[in-house]
Design a protein around this ligand. Structure first.
Ligand code: GCO
Length: 496
């Protein structure tokens, strides 16, 4: 978190708060964990309502186990084969924007080392790999014909995966907007959504013969809020009005891309990755703040995509709301947009990192221990609550967990990572529990396959199950990778 976060930001800055109203036993457990009076940080307890069985918990046959990365975080080679700058190249070059002054070059050098990485994945037994296509490689200025060299690279990646029996899970956009589009207004402009649809079509035409899970735009909330409101990510803007426009235009881009996907006849499926967080009220009697935070952080994305509506309470000047001007928010919307945005998708991709508390006003509070990423409040049961909330409140849809993970406690290269094993074990258990209770969960992707460029944290947070020495680019599987391999082989997670 940058030190100069504007005063109007939520008091406790959280990268990815997307709150889910906790229900039933989970809510009771959360409240029971709160300190009397509810105004101080509660002491979280292990779930009082559920204990994992002593026997291993099995996953359904065909359950997909994967790992995820994104282009700017792992590829490096930022000027190779015609690639032009994205907003992230520009932002990272700005003094003080990245904690250690680094950039996404060379990151984990995967543009060059992809074949080695695919071997690594095969060695671990991964069934799928989620990665993103870099728009500035495929359309360096964000419009016009495809750059063949860019597409050829991803063709080779996809072929290498398929050869090894690893399902490609392809994200079209993971925040690396071509700088030329930003110069023309970026996500503040409707035009960018139209450009995205054209870009998506080029990708479907080039790679659509492959049986893949396509994902449109990664975490539109994080990109809109952290990049356009908090200013802590590219493009580094601090305007709630622009953030609101970025929400709508990214969602519109999603809907338009889904239309192009259907028209293209591409194989496979398509969905959208949304970051979701379970949140628990400190004061059960004050539901209004909770409802506002829920609207802004959660329903603002789930409702339009899955129901074709926007929640009224998301935008406004009260705590828990996105403080854009309602008139500005209305201006970006045109008739028919919500119909486009809610075009049927084949799965919902859920990215889960943790929980948050909500005080009586609607502000976020701390209710659980954090990882080295201070925004990440860890509570595995929140995953169960979140999945069951989606099942309860939205039309039936297959669910994929496309990101879940934890950074090492230290920025130093390490292969011994018991915290990550414990984190993954407890989260896998909650996933198995949700399946047993009816959640149509089909896949689980660990974030991340490799240590990589963690955005504003640079190389100071290592999220990989495989360690990367950024001097030599040597890869070493951590203990968690070995452990994960065992889970995959057994298709089951043990109690300890
Ligand atoms: C995100 C991303 C990843 C992050 C990861 C850890 O959601 O921010 O998809 O790029 O690196 O979530 O913060």
């Amino acid at each position: 978190m940058p030190e100069d976060v504007p005063a109007r930001l939520p008091a406790r800055f959280s990268r990815r708060t997307l709150f889910a109203m906790a229900g039933g036993g989970a809510l009771a457990a959360a409240l029971a964990a709160c300190a009397p009076g509810g105004s101080t940080t509660p002491t979280p307890t292990a779930s009082a309502s559920w204990m994992p069985p002593a026997k291993p918990m099995a996953f359904p046959q065909g359950f997909v186990w994967g790992a995820a990365t994104s282009a700017y975080q792992v590829e490096g080679s930022v000027t190779a084969d015609g690639r032009l700058p994205s907003v992230w190249d520009t932002f990272a070059a700005r003094a003080g924007a990245i904690r250690d002054g680094s950039t996404g070059d060379p990151a984990a050098d995967q543009y060059v080392r992809y074949a080695q990485d695919v071997d690594l994945m095969a060695g671990l037994g991964l069934g799928a790999y989620r990665f993103s296509l870099a728009w500035p490689r495929i359309q360096p200025t964000g419009s016009g014909p495809a750059n063949a060299a860019g597409l050829d690279h991803y063709r080779r990646v996809v072929d290498a995966l398929v050869e090894r029996g690893i399902r490609p899970a392809i994200t079209l956009f993971h925040w690396d907007l071509p700088q030329a589009l930003q110069d023309a207004g970026g996500w503040a402009k409707r035009e960018t959504a139209l450009r995205f649809a054209d870009y998506a079509e080029l990708c479907f035409d080039a790679l659509g013969d492959v049986e893949a899970d396509w994902m449109t735009l990664n975490e539109p909330k994080t990109h809109a809020f952290v990049g356009h409101w908090y200013g802590a990510h590219a493009p580094g803007l601090r305007s709630p009005d622009v953030a609101a426009a970025a929400v709508h235009h990214q969602l519109l881009a999603h809907g338009l891309a889904v239309e192009r996907f259907r028209e293209s006849g591409a194989a496979g499926r398509i969905g959208i990755p949304l970051n979701l967080v379970s949140a628990y009220p400190l004061d059960a009697g004050r539901a209004d703040g909770l409802a506002r935070l829920d609207a802004r952080e959660n329903r603002l994305f789930l409702d339009p995509v899955l129901k074709g509506t926007y929640p009224d309470e998301a935008i406004g000047s009260l705590p828990g709301q996105l403080p854009a001007r309602p008139a500005a928010w209305m201006t970006v919307q045109e008739d028919g947009d919500l119909e486009t945005i809610s075009a049927p998708i084949d799965f919902l991709a859920v990215q889960y990192y943790g929980v948050t508390g909500v005080d009586a006003s609607g502000n976020e509070t701390s209710i659980a221990p954090t990882s080295a990423a201070t925004w990440q409040q860890i509570k595995a049961e929140g995953l169960y609550d979140l999945l069951m909330r989606i099942v309860r409140d939205y039309p039936a849809i297959p669910l994929l967990i496309t990101e879940n993970g934890i950074p090492d406690p230290t920025p130093d290269l390490t292969v011994d990572d018991p915290e990550r094993i414990e984190f993954l074990r407890t989260h896998f258990q909650q996933a198995a529990r949700s399946i047993a209770d009816g959640a149509p969960l089909e896949a689980y992707y660990v974030w991340s396959l490799l240590d990589n460029f963690e955005w504003a944290e640079g190389y100071q947070q290592r999220w990989g199950i495989v360690a990367v020495d950024f001097q030599t680019q040597e890869r070493t599987p951590k203990r968690s990778a070995e452990w994960y391999s065992g889970v995959i082989a057994a298709n089951a997670v043990s109690a300890s």
